[in-house]
Design a protein around this ligand. Sequence first.
Ligand code: ADP
Ligand code: ZN
Length: 434
Amino acid sequence: MQNYYQPEFECASQDEMRAIQNEKLVKQVKHVYENVEYYRKLMDEKGVTPDDIKSVDDLHKLPFLTKADLRDAYPYGLLGTDLKNCVRIQSTSGTTGRRVVAFYTQKDVDLWEDCCARAVVAAGGTNEDVCQVAYGYGLFTGGPGLNGGSHKVGCLTLPMSSGNTERQIQFMQDLHSTILCCTPSYAAFIGETLKDMGLTPDDIDLKAGIFGAEPWTEEMRRDIEKSLGIKAYDIYGLTETTGPGVSFECSEQTGMHINEDHFLAEIIDPDTGEVLPEGSKGELVFTSLDKEAFPLLRYRTRDICVLSRKKCSCGRTLIKMSKPMGRSDDMLIIRGVNVFPSQIETVLLKEGYSVNYLIEVDRERNTDTLDVSVELTPEQFAEANDIAAKEKALSSAIKSMLGISPKVHLVAPKTLTRSEGKAVRVIDKRKLHD
Ligand code: ADP
Ligand code: ZN
């Protein structure tokens, strides 16, 4: 039996959803035009008025917003309401260097928490569950978002925040946590620590995990599922649109359902800005349909993915997005070849190595260098013989995926830094030189 949190939206027919979106979009464009001077100017420059936007079909007429606009308008320039109506501020983690602050009215917090509640229910959560939230709390949206969603579902919520991993496991055992929410890299670390403590998945009651906020591969999903004895669900979001819960995985696990009654998604060609037909790979663009305080229209996420309306066995009709495997600006260009770090992760895990790795790119005498350090597990380390041959074999496996040869270093257990939040697995030293 499937459960839904808000079936009237999650399972609406396409016509019903379109009607909801049309009505909200017309209202939202008016709201933004009247209240956000920054965006009004962009619309004026493009010669578009709110009267030109009569339905979702007119969306393409609106100008895009980019992260650069958010920086220009920092901190209050994109506010859609008086500050006195706002109740919350959150901020990005600054993964790509520039922080963004987002504002929320109580209604915005509510709709955000509803989206997270849908994700918790889709992962099998009910009021009988104990939900351990090990995303960071604070300005980062992970902790507060899942905390709110878990409350709305009625789960007994454990607001652990990230860190203090042994204590996480202690609480997990003592309080019988059934759902774990954190970044996938922290979930992997918790799995590793469980083993180090001499415990197995049978010693804990976890059944599901809701993991997101950073890219992770299918191989990593399987590793985490095994180490914690759970089913691992993906969740996606960004501070600019609210936080986690913009989209979430259901039991079918073939992409994440977008909460499209709140966030209208488009895929564009990142170079030309042209809207691409469904099924094309491109940059994801979101229009928030009913946020009051920070109502971004046509915001370019820089996340690259594909949208699909294929019927889903869970009964939800919400459009799905594929897992974004890195942002357009995560892509490394090494010796002229486009490399996404996730491609390297896929090879490492397929070859039986751990998710504890570090990619370093540098430039020596005008040639790019690529070094991949991979940590051996204690078992691999104990039986390690002929490390040089193993390094060579891994290097050629990566070469057949990328077309370029890295220098591989197999290193001793526990030598690379673990992450309790979003992992930093790439260091591009070339940037430090410029
Ligand atoms: P920052 O941009 O500083 O990382 P956020 O914390 O708002 O700020 O992160 C949002 C970004 O995190 C998204 O744009 C996306 O690139 C990434 N992200 C979030 N969830 C996922 C996910 N499930 N899979 C892949 N990437 C994700
Ligand atoms: Zn589904």
